[in-house]
Design a protein around this ligand. Structure first.
Ligand code: Q9C
Ligand code: ZN
Length: 336
């Protein structure tokens, strides 16, 4: 299948992140993007579909914040990456504050999502990659791939988190709907629960969100992704969470994938969007499943049995040396 990306995606380069009470090198590094391009070749450039499809998902105030945050940080006399350290808890007043430290907290779900000089351009380019790959599928390709980086599935309509700034899968889903594809399934196979995507579609019965992920009792993002979250209102039953324990290998994973695919079939979508993360890999430095290279081919092959027009968007995967090979193995399965 064809793949798409934007060169700006290489220039989001935060230095470090908070991890277990100390600093570590930022795991979602530009080297990930280089590794993907290395394994798959340069692919095709994203086209620019403008800001409207982004604003169909994200609040204007949040988008303005993302664009300005690093400049505000510099204007406050700071160096390095903008990072939050104060977060309003539930039921605090919605104050419109100007100080960068107040803004960054109000638009964040965690302290591991720094904003560097190139962050907005990279996130914007990644979203355009998803929109360009979507266009390929809507104009006749059976499947296509967006090499999104930064990833997207942890950020919601008005918050960033988990290395994510713009929700590429959600932006593509809403753009597809605007072009007349109403029923959509999003299958999220990243190691972490895609809380942002779930949030965006929680009340929406037209978009199924099905996710297989590490049990949030033990893993990020903790507060979402539990099995009893099933959607609400019109979206009741259109969210499916399949949490699995740390240590899960393919024998434990495959039955969950079958359950998720049954739900996709029952939903009867006209488009499938796969949020693909390779952080389920046994050697992933921040994750705890035990999938191996060949399991991704099996995963891709199983998903391909749905026989649906499919957009694949890249999410996580932090074993950089294995990342390109793992994605390529998945694509071999998808391509049959
Ligand atoms: N620094 C994705 O895979 N971990 N995001 C934060 C340790 C965040 C992963 C705590 C993990 C987010 C897209
Ligand atoms: Zn992940």
């Amino acid at each position: 299948m064809r793949h798409f990306s934007d060169p700006a995606q290489a220039h989001h380069a935060p230095i470090r992140e908070l991890h277990n009470g100390g600093w570590m090198d930022f795991a979602e590094s530009p080297a990930r993007f280089a590794a993907l391009l290395d394994a798959l070749g340069p692919g095709e450039p994203a086209r620019d579909f403008g800001i409207e499809p982004i604003l169909a998902v994200h609040d204007p105030a949040y988008v303005t914040f993302l664009r300005e945050a690093h400049d505000l940080w510099r204007a406050a006399g700071r160096e390095g990456d903008a990072m939050g350290y104060v977060f309003p808890v539930v039921a605090r007043r919605a104050l419109a504050l100007d100080r960068i430290d107040a803004k960054i907290g109000a638009f964040s779900m965690d302290a591991s999502t720094p904003i560097a000089a190139g962050t907005w351009a990279a996130a914007y380019g990644g979203a355009q990659s998803a929109l360009t790959a979507l266009d390929a599928v809507l104009t006749g390709d059976a499947a296509s791939l967006a090499l999104c980086r930064p990833p997207g599935h942890h950020c919601g309509a008005d918050y960033m988190g988990g290395y994510c700034y713009l929700n590429n899968a959600a932006i593509a889903a809403r753009a597809a709907q605007a072009r007349g594809v109403r029923r959509i399934a999003i299958l999220d196979v990243d190691y972490h629960h895609g809380n942002g995507t779930q949030d965006i579609f929680y009340d929406d019965g037209e978009v199924l969100f099905a996710s297989i992920h590490a049990d949030p009792k033990t893993d990020f993002p903790f507060y979402w992704g539990h099995a009893d979250e099933r959607g609400s209102g019109q979206g009741e039953g259109a969210t499916l969470n399949l949490p699995l324990p740390q240590g899960t290998d393919w024998a434990g994973y495959a039955p969950a994938l079958d359950t998720a695919l049954d739900a996709v079939r029952a939903h009867g979508p006209d488009l499938l969007i796969v949020s693909y993360g390779a952080d389920t890999f046994a050697e992933d430095p921040i994750s705890h499943f035990r999938l191996v290279r060949e399991d991704y081919t099996a995963m891709g092959g199983t998903i391909a049995t749905l026989d649906l027009p499919t957009l694949v968007v890249m999410e996580g995967g932090y074993a950089v040396d294995a990342l390109g090979g793992n994605l390529a193995a998945f694509l071999r399965g998808m391509d049959g």
